[in-house]
Write a protein that binds this ligand. Structure first.
Ligand SMILES: NC(=O)c1ccc[n+]([C@@H]2O[C@H](COP(=O)([O-])OP(=O)(O)OC[C@H]3O[C@@H](n4cnc5c(N)ncnc54)[C@H](OP(=O)(O)O)[C@@H]3O)[C@@H](O)[C@H]2O)c1
Length: 304
């Protein structure tokens, strides 16, 4: 498995997102985690809110039964969303959220903690106090953010001492505003509008790893583009390029994300062993520049 540098760690290019782990049975969950580990995918992405906490609990229970050393896996979680109510980056919320995650995951430390979505009332001093406390207590080893644009990261950096090593962002061929705002710079086109403050270039300049969430979806959880007739051209091109490298369409998507020179990690959401193993094959495929652009254009983007 190809790896990606995230702060001081080298992590598998294909990460296992755990947002739907509560939707499968216990035995299936153990099989899923074991299969991921068997392929070198030992990085698991969580959040305190996934399944209302059930996903972390389900993982913790399954992992305990597998009897595998804790230090052979990397656990990342997120905090800062109070579903349906507010975002909360207060010191109290961050610290209590991590303590809840630790309990549910049955571990005494998180490898990584991300701030899930920007809190409008964010006070960087409070975040810094929470991070210092969690680091001092050995409860979190690295820190990062999610869904943030450059100035939000800069604001945090004005107080936070620890490096912010990752920004988890939605990214797929069908959700590629991070690319189009660059290729369509200074154009009056829809794609030329930056909705993220040019975060991709910022992350590259500052050595921040991009973690691509929802690699197979479009819109805001509107659906999966794989096999969707609305994305016929994209599916046809993914199929053709996948065939060339003897992989399926999902692996071709992973190869497309990983082909970008930013330090991107693919955060998958499948809970099916077969799908996960198919996607993993994409990490070993190096598509050409021409193929990368062909996939991009087939998703409906333009080149001015
Ligand atoms: N930071 C954030 O704000 C944020 C937001 C959302 C998600 N996330 C993270 O990102 C992870 C992934 O999110 P996601 O679940 O939306 O991403 P995703 O992997 O793009 O979507 C998962 C969907 O893709 C389907 N799929 C995967 N492989 C397939 C294949 N070969 N053929 C057909 N369908 C296939 C899955 O179906 P099957 O289950 O049937 O395979 C599932 O319905 C989450 O688990 C979470 O860790 C982070």
């Amino acid at each position: 498995m190809q790896s990606v540098q995230v702060g001081a760690l080298r992590l598998p290019a294909i990460a296992v997102g755990c947002m739907y782990l509560d939707r499968i049975g216990e035995a299936e969950r153990r099989e899923f985690i074991a299969a991921a580990l068997g392929e070198g995918m030992n990085f698991f992405d969580h959040a305190d809110i996934y399944g209302g906490g059930e996903c972390e609990s389900a993982f913790g229970e399954a992992f305990a039964k597998l009897n595998i050393p804790r230090d052979s896996i990397v656990l990342q979680s997120k905090c800062g969303i109070v579903p349906g109510k507010m975002f909360d980056f207060s010191e109290k919320h961050i610290v209590e959220s991590v303590e809840g995650s630790l309990k549910r995951l049955r571990t005494d430390y998180l490898d990584g903690l991300l701030l899930h979505r920007p809190d409008a009332l964010m006070q960087p001093e409070e975040v810094a106090a929470a991070f210092d406390k969690l680091e001092r207590q050995g409860k979190v080893r690295y820190f990062g953010v999610s869904n943030m644009h450059p100035y939000q990261i800069e604001l945090l950096k004005s107080c936070v001492r620890q490096p912010l090593v990752a920004d988890q962002l939605q990214f797929s061929p069908a959700h590629a505003g991070m690319i189009s705002c660059g290729t369509e710079a200074n154009m009056l086109t829809e794609g030329g509008i930056s909705r993220d403050g040019y975060i991709l270039d910022y992350c590259r300049l500052h050595g921040i790893a991009v973690q691509a969430w929802s690699p197979f979806r479009y819109g805001f959880f509107e659906g999966v583009f794989l096999g969707d007739p609305k994305f016929q051209k994209l599916n046809d091109v993914l199929e053709k390029i996948g065939k060339k490298y003897s992989v399926d369409k999902a692996a071709a998507v992973a190869a497309w994300i990983l082909r970008h020179p930013a330090k991107t990690q693919v955060i998958t959401g499948t809970t099916k062993v077969g799908h996960l193993l198919d996607i993993a094959k994409g990490a070993d495929v190096a598509i050409t520049r021409e193929e990368w652009y062909e996939i991009y254009l087939s998703a409906g983007h333009i080149l001015p």
